[in-house]
Design a protein around this ligand. Sequence first.
Ligand code: SF4
Ligand code: SF4
Length: 218
Amino acid sequence: MPVPADQYFFIDPNRCIGCESCVQACSECDTHKGHSMIHLEYANRRESPQTLPVVCMHCDSPTCAEVCPADAIKRTEDGVVQTARKPRCIACNNCVLACPFGVPKMNVRQELMMKCDMCYDRTSEGKRPMCATVCPSQALFFGTREEIERLRPRSRPINEFQFGFQTIHTKVRMMVPRETVATHIDVAEVLCHPDEGSDQEDAMLAAALCELPIVART
Ligand code: SF4
Ligand code: SF4
C-alpha cells in the first residue's frame, strides 16, 4: 500500500527540546534494528542549546538517487525515497556526499547506505513514523494539512529549498512563522555568510534547518 496522499510529515525545529526520544524510538524500529535514522544537530552550538531533528526530506528529484551508479536508491510513487538496497549498493558514498541536507550515512560494517525511509513499513499501513509517535513537543508531526493548520495557526509549511541555482522540492514540510511572506528557503544565502568560528557542517545544518533566510519569490 502507498502512504496515504493526505498524510504529510511536518518538522518544526523551533519546537525541538533535544530530548532524543525520536532517536531512541527510531533505533528500535524493526527495519533497522539498533541504528537510528534520525539525529539531532545544534542550531548554533556556541550560543544556544537549541537542537534540530534531521531526517531525510524525501526530495521530489532525489540527488542521492541521481548520483547512485548502482541504481540502489528508489523513490516510490507516493514520493518516499527508500534507503539503499542490498545487493545493489556498492558503498561508494556518492549519495552521502551528494545529499544537500547531509542525511545518508554509510554503515561501514554492512557496506550499505542507510537513511530514513519515513518508516515505510508503518506509514504505508496508515500508521505514523516511530519518531512522530514519541515526540513530546510535536516538533515531528505526521498528519493532514487540516490537522497541522488547526494545531499551528501561527505557522505554515514550506517544502521548497534553494541551493544556489538548484531548487529542491521535498515531500517533508518545514514549519515557519505564518506571518513570514515566504515561498522557499534559500540555503545558499546562509552558506555564503556562515557564522564566524563555526565549521562548515554546522553552518550548513543551521542553514538547512533553522537560521534560514526565507525569501519571497519575485
Ligand atoms: S534529503 Fe538527501 S537522502 Fe533524502 S531524498 Fe533528498 S537527497 Fe536523498
Ligand atoms: S553508496 Fe550505495 S546507494 Fe550510495 S551511491 Fe554508492 S552504490 Fe548508490
